[in-house]
Design a protein. Sequence first.
Length: 451
Amino acid sequence: MISRLDSLLGEQQVSTREADLLCYGFDASQIKGTPVAVTWPETINDIVKISRFSYDHDIALLPRGAGTATTGSSVPPQGAIVVSLERMHDIDELNIEDQYVVVQPGIINGALQKELSRHGYFYPPDPSSLNFCTIGGNVATNAGGPRAIKYGVTRNYVKELEAVLPDGRIIRTGAKTIKSVVGYDIKDLLVGSEGTLAIIARITLSILPEPETIVTLLATFTDLEPSGKAVFKIISSGIVPRCLEFMDREAIKVVESYSPTGLSDSESLLIIELDGDVKSVQRDSERVVRIIHTLKGEVKVAEDSISRERIWKARRAIPAALFSIADTKINEDIVVPRSQIPEMIVFLRRLSEESGISIVSFGHAGDGNIHVNIMVNREDEERYTTAKALVKRIFEKTLSLGGTISGEHGIGITKAEYINMEIGHNEMDLMRGIKRLFDYKNLLNPGKIFP
Ligand SMILES: Cc1cc2nc3c(=O)[nH]c(=O)nc-3n(C[C@H](O)[C@H](O)[C@H](O)COP(=O)(O)OP(=O)(O)OC[C@H]3O[C@@H](n4cnc5c(N)ncnc54)[C@H](O)[C@@H]3O)c2cc1C
């Protein structure tokens, strides 16, 4: 049956080679799937053909960007056809006058940033994976990033979407205007839908002019709690940093031994970045320094782009560096109200000490989003079971503090068993109804989100 797909698309656009099935069979969660074919559509019409084919033959589809999802959301279900959007990577339109860009889903976030900066513009959502994840994947997961604290997440920038429904119908939703309230907002439903409702084929995004200046500060602390306090003291003083990132002692240590960048040996650190006009950035950075000093922290200011890049290199190296601790990372991205960060990070430290399992915390503390990484060797069954049990305790604590179990990575496979901890019965029923309405045959990325 799959060989018929060859005649629908070009020969170079379909593969059943074992190597391709293997390479497109997993994502950053390390979970492995078993697809039957990989396809590379080059136009929206190709996506329509693949969708109709799968609909007629009851074959599941997995839309895939770069496979950097950490939740298993881009792992193909058994027997599925992978729809890799990587060849659809063009910028179709750049409109500086109305400040938007129209892109194909497979464009890499970092490549779009580079092109925009040539025009003095930027696209704010900047996941730490920006050098390899796609904009289509970012939309499907409503990705955030360090700049979310000031500029928001992907949803805040998606103006219009063109998408293909599981039966091959094309929809266009949203508008290029600043405002639009015509009917239900289907566009916002597709943002964050993890490839379960439609295949996103063209995206219109808002863009912003680059700020006049950027200053990066590195604050280090000899204790854990003051860094958490600094986060909400900075924000409650009225300063809105562009980024406010947190690393605990374990994260600092692991990154320094993996790729030394000169981070001092401390209990915790914050990367604080301010942007805007020169005068206000200078005034705010002086205020930040004073706040850090009252909490007995030390601050270094990175004046030039080389020292800024060194700090960000260290921050971006953490996910890879973690594998020097153990071969498996149980990775969560909880969010708590900012005022609860000190309590949450102290809780995580205690949980690690009590269980004897390494827990490394870092992340976008400015918006309360902490990446919690439980590190364990997979073949050690007993410790792995203990580590898995910690996830529930972490989620219970998060929810008791008024938080949410995922800020940006989504549910995928790994968090599906916990979704009921946060989402009530009636709301789950509504979500299932929406899924049925879009995908009556349950062919688009089945087995994700719903327990
Ligand atoms: C080192 C590292 C750092 C990361 N840092 C961040 C971070 O700071 N912030 C953050 O939010 N995330 C982060 N992530 C997670 C991940 O990069 C994001 O979720 C990203 O948006 C996924 O993009 P992708 O192109 O890799 O999508 P994939 O992993 O390929 O797909 C993710 C989901 O989107 C769906 N999808 C992909 N393309 C489409 C499409 N065109 N139409 C419909 N559905 C589609 C897939 O089916 C899947 O459900 C990080 C991951 C890694 C490995």
